[in-house]
Design a protein around this ligand. Structure first.
Ligand SMILES: NC(=O)c1ccc[n+]([C@@H]2O[C@H](COP(=O)([O-])OP(=O)(O)OC[C@H]3O[C@@H](n4cnc5c(N)ncnc54)[C@H](OP(=O)(O)O)[C@@H]3O)[C@@H](O)[C@H]2O)c1
Length: 272
């Protein structure tokens, strides 16, 4: 059997999105990616959907793959690590997307030095607009990080940060889409309140969020400056902004991220 560039252990929603992203971007060919699931039923369904070689034999996948991407749920990770420990090669890179699981915990479970890169993507990876933060474990070098970056850049943007920021990242970009959905829902509700039908109201809200985000990313301007451009003296936007300040939108968002990050830290203490 030919060697694989990437073996995806836990070929669920995230694993499939990444595989399809890599194929779509032309970064890997179909025969260079394979994956495993726990049940044959999920494997069969994934094979049907993607045409990729998906089965349930994780130890065999470990032997064939250059890099392993771990996309099982965190509670399933101990069993996976136990089943692959004796087959891993010392230089084989493990890229873990398991939320809250520290690289040191993975190294400890394996019982030996192993290059591990931890990553925290978010759900927009499913539409190729993810934000993934990567952090190197104690035995991962710059080349390992580049490999992990290449994988996740197929489904959005990536940056590398020190692992000590990962709980904060989880509370911010990891949970962030949920906060923004609430904002979109509320803006749309406002449109409905003012008589706009729900469907166009949702489109107005979502495209406004998308457009504002692209202005920040593409112009590289501070958001406060961009806000000032929209805000005409004695115009309507300033009246809207005053309502948001009175409703403490800023401090509420900051506190939401801090709370979620604290919870991520708590979950991390119990992981593995
Ligand atoms: N989805 C996202 O956008 C996202 C964002 C950030 C982080 N994450 C992290 O990514 C991981 C996966 O999330 P997901 O949403 O893709 O979950 P998911 O759709 O539930 O996929 C999990 C997959 O793991 C498989 N699995 C479970 N135990 C296994 C085992 N022992 N060996 C091999 N495969 C096994 C499952 O197979 P069966 O179906 O047979 O059980 C399933 O295919 C989680 O740790 C999550 O925290 C995901």
């Amino acid at each position: 059997m030919s060697r694989l560039a990437l073996g995806i252990v836990g070929f669920g929603k995230l694993g499939e999105a990444i595989a399809l992203g890599l194929l779509g971007a032309g970064q890997l060919r179909r025969e260079q990616i394979a994956g495993t699931t726990r049940s044959e039923r999920s494997a069969e369904a994934a094979r049907q959907r993607t045409g990729l070689a998906i089965d349930t034999d994780t130890p065999a996948l470990v032997e064939r793959a250059d890099t392993l991407l771990l996309t099982v749920k965190p509670h399933g990770l101990p069993e996976v690590l136990e089943s692959v420990r004796d087959r891993l090669r010392p230089d084989q890179l493990l890229v873990s997307a398991c939320a809250s699981v520290r690289t040191a915990a993975i190294e400890q479970a394996l019982g030996r030095p192993q290059p591990v890169v931890r990553c925290m993507p978010n759900t927009p990876v499913l539409v190729g607009e993810g934000m993934t933060v990567l952090a190197a474990g104690a035995h991962a070098n710059a080349e390992h990080l580049r490999t992990a970056e290449r994988i996740f850049s197929a489904v959005g943007r990536t940056i590398v940060l020190d692992e000590r920021h990962m709980d904060s990242v989880t509370g911010m970009s990891g949970s962030g889409p949920a906060y923004i959905y609430l904002v979109i829902e509320s803006l749309a509700e406002a449109g409905v309140k003012l008589g706009i039908p729900r469907e166009p109201a949702t489109l107005l809200a979502a495209q406004t969020v998308l457009g504002a985000a692209r202005m920040v990313l593409e112009l590289g301007e501070h958001p406060a400056l961009l806000k000032d451009v929209v805000t005409t003296p004695a115009g309507c936007t300033v009246d809207g902004l005053l309502e948001l300040e009175e409703g403490k939108l800023r401090v509420t968002l900051i506190k939401a991220v801090v709370k979620a990050a604290e919870r991520a830290r708590e979950l991390g203490r119990d992981a593995l």
